[in-house]
Ligand binder design. Structure first.
Ligand code: ADP
Ligand code: ZN
Ligand code: ZN
Length: 734
């Protein structure tokens, strides 16, 4: 009889599984989803069992046995394993790296999947000694032993709570053979613990309708778009949908954008629910991440709240999936390695688990709106603000018609003074950090360039540095032109300069700034947010960071300093992003009881995008933008994949892409190629970037072509410094 072959996913870029024999000692084969340690060349690797097979393409005598089986139970359940398999095929990425993305780093390196709890017991001789009065003169040992006698298996954690410095007497007890300890896996608490810690506000009719629709879809796949302006009570709907799922003894998976995982949101889940909430995001240390993942594996966490990669979290008995701010670009991993859309995979996960999924947004992606249009998703609307808040009034300030100081036009300054005098707070948005984006010579025209990028260096005045926001280059700020020695000038503005100017224009007003320079370590974000929330700071200047997640009820005026960037980009998605940002920033105004006002500064007040957005809101904009996409044949009316390459020389990059293109000489029907073309910023961090786009009306021919083509692309002989990657459904085209 032939022994089954164990097929293992290993964290390598090779697009295949690796075959092993069951280990010598155990003899029986491990289940899919458990981790195993295997020999790999001269190293040992930890991988995940993908499947079992009757035979291998390799002769059995060439196969090595597993070294160790690390888990008794799968750490990746069948449903998630299937999802990973699908993702590997769909994104054309090596299965081993895809599976690795589902595990925290320490688990990838073999850390136990179950947290072990140290438990303490009194031993027989100890009990006899207690009874015989032998310990009467060792008070601390006696007291500790009495506790161990009365609560056998008490955890070390509990002992620390009850007895100060118990480690010293316990050592003595162990030395005398009077006490012993054991480590056992942590267990999930009983299911009948109370669910709620607090009761939320009574739902509005629209909220109640939304909750009922989601709840009515329990037990089957049903995708919903929860479309509601900022402050309309979407989070309250999520909380209720989660509560209903928990009542059915199911668990909930809640995905949020990278920056949206604010303490405020986590706080709202923890305040509402008495059950364990596991929080998974990139700001955790490896140990914290492992601990949160273990809570998922053990099932102690009934709610899993996380950013992108949490879509792969082990959540058994899933009852509902929620994706907050579904339009947010951070759901798409696009920088390195395995490029996937967590939102799209979440939809798939819900489909396989046969549960409802709620995609929430004030500014849904055009893809999602098109899915509603086509009848695939159900739209649930929250058209009004919760509580008494009124929608803000919006107006445009024509930058060409007014005096402007450091990018702030006079009418905006007057409005700020008015709102501040009325006791409101003001939010000023600009999408650039630093002092000024350009350092220029007043005499010879020199402009400080980045040596390694097609970009200018940004002035950081307080730090006295010149920095590149693309590659991280960092140099001292010169006082004079390095070329001719004349004085230099700061041109344009970023958050730092706006803060400085506002301090002059609004004397004695406490100002807070929120951008990546201010938020550097843990707790920084919280401290800025609390300065605003408490009213201590009256004016907030910030980048995109201010648009996400925070609720500042006393902000009554929002000023968008420059709406124009992105209006003229070559990327077909740029207008969508501009519109989303404007609406999201505007949504920060008037969330409390006072009405809000929004002012948008622009040099193109007649731009059709701005007009549709201001006259008809996001809905009107989306209709116009979708019509444009349909006419031009862009997603969601077509499917796109980008083959990207970079190298030290532009020629290397384009040569490679040209060869790749030539391999598609016999173009499958319906496939269109665009490029190769250098990226808009071709040189970044000393490397030249270019891309080749593949486009098709239907998904199938595109993916068939990719499947046949990629192995051939892998075979192209290119210089060693060439790197390439494939991005399916790219969010950014450059
Ligand atoms: P969103 O997630 O859409 O931005 P939230 O759920 O955060 O909206 O709601 C905005 C504010 O309104 C919050 O302070 C929330 O507690 C409050 N709120 C939500 N629903 C209600 C309701 N039905 N009655 C009263 N207040 C509500
Ligand atoms: Zn000069
Ligand atoms: Zn640079």
């Amino acid at each position: 009889m032939t022994r089954p072959i164990v097929r293992v996913a290993l964290d390598t870029p090779l697009r295949r599984l690796f075959d092993y024999l069951p280990s010598h000692e155990t003899g029986h084969e491990p289940r899919p989803g458990v981790r195993v340690r295997v020999p790999f060349g001269r190293q040992q690797l930890v991988g995940v069992v993908h499947s079992l097979a009757a035979s291998s393409e390799l002769p059995t005598e060439k196969l090595k046995p597993l070294l160790e089986v690390l888990d008794a139970e799968p750490v990746i359940d069948a449903a998630v394993l299937e999802l990973l398999e699908f993702a590997s095929t769909y994104y054309h990425h090596a299965i081993g790296e895809v599976v690795a993305a589902a595990l925290p780093k320490m688990a990838r390196h073999g850390a136990p999947a179950r947290a072990l709890v140290e438990r303490w017991f009194a031993a027989e001789p100890g009990l006899a000694a207690l009874a015989g009065g032998e310990l009467n003169r060792a008070r601390r040992q006696r007291e500790l032993l009495e506790v161990l006698r009365d609560t056998p298996g008490i955890s070390g954690h509990e002992l620390t709570r009850r007895i100060e410095d118990w480690r010293t007497p316990v050592r003595a007890l162990v030395a005398r053979g009077f006490a012993s300890s054991a480590e056992t896996p942590e267990e999930a608490p009983a299911d009948d613990a109370p669910l709620l810690r607090a009761i939320g506000p009574a739902l509005s009719d629209e909220q109640a309708t939304a909750v009922a629709a989601i709840d009515g879809a329990a037990g089957r796949f049903a995708p919903f778009l929860l479309y509601g302006i900022t402050g309309s009570g979407k989070t309250e709907v999520y909380l209720h949908a989660v509560e209903h799922a928990l009542r059915r003894r199911r668990r909930a998976l809640v995905l949020v954008p990278e920056i949206g995982l604010t303490p405020q949101l986590v706080g709202r889940f923890r305040e509402r629910f008495a059950v364990d909430v596991a929080v998974l995001h990139s700001g955790l240390t490896d140990t914290e991440r492992l601990a949160a993942w273990r809570d998922c594996v053990a099932g102690t966490a009934r709610i899993v709240l996380g950013t992108r990669s949490a879509v792969f979290a082990p959540v058994a008995d899933l009852g509902v999936v929620i994706v907050d701010e579904e339009h947010d670009a951070s759901f798409k991993q696009h920088e390195s390695g395995f490029r996937y859309s967590a939102r799209d995979l979440a939809i798939l996960r819900a489909q396989r688990a046969q549960v409802p999924i709620v995609l929430g947004s004030a500014t849904p992606s055009l893809e999602t709106l098109q899915n509603v249009e086509a009848g695939r998703f159900t739209r649930l609307s929250l058209p009004r603000r919760a509580g008494q808040a009124l929608p803000p009034r919006a107006a445009v300030i024509d930058l060409r018609e007014h005096a402007v100081r450091a990018g702030i036009a006079t009418p905006a300054v007057e409005a700020m003074q008015r709102h501040l005098a009325d006791g409101g707070q003001v939010l000023v948005y600009i999408n650039r950090r630093g002092y000024s984006p350009t350092l220029a010579c007043t005499a010879c025209g020199w402009i400080a360039p980045c040596r390694d990028c097609d970009a200018r260096l940004t002035v950081h005045l307080a730090a006295q540095r010149l920095r590149c926001h693309h590659c991280g280059a960092d140099a001292p700020l010169p006082a004079n032109c390095p070329q001719c020695g004349y004085a230099v000038r700061h041109v344009g503005q970023g958050t730092e300069r706006v803060e400085e100017t506002l301090a002059q224009l609004l004397p004695d007003m406490p100002i807070a700034r929120l951008d990546r320079d201010v938020v550097r370590k843990r707790g920084d974000l919280e401290s800025v947010v609390s300065r605003i929330a408490s009213g201590e700071a009256r004016v907030l200047v910030g980048t995109q960071m201010v648009t996400k997640g925070h609720d500042f009820p006393n902000v009554t005026l929002v000023v968008v300093l420059n709406a124009d960037q992105g209006l003229f980009s070559t990327d077909f998605r740029a207008p969508e992003r501009v519109a989303q940002t404007i609406i999201q920033v505007a949504g920060r105004a008037g969330r409390g009881t006072k009405p809000g006002e929004v002012m948008i500064q622009t040099e193109y007040p007649e731009h059709p995008l701005l007009r549709s957005l201001l006259d008809e809101g996001y809905d009107g904009f989306a209709r116009a933008a979708l019509a444009e996409r349909a006419a031009a044949g862009w997603p969601p009316f077509a499917h796109v994949a980008a083959l990207r390459a970079s190298a030290g020389e532009l020629a290397t990059t384009t040569n490679f892409l040209r060869q790749a293109r030539a391999l598609l000489a016999r173009l499958p029907r319906g496939l269109k190629l665009l490029g190769p073309a250098p990226a808009a910023m071709a040189k970044r961090a000393g490397r030249y970037h270019a891309q080749l786009l593949l486009e098709a009306r239907d998904r199938a021919p595109l993916h068939r072509a990719l499947t046949d083509w990629l192995p051939e692309v892998e075979g192209i002989k290119a210089p060693r410094d060439l790197r390439w990657s494939l991005d399916v459904d790219p969010l950014e085209l450059f």
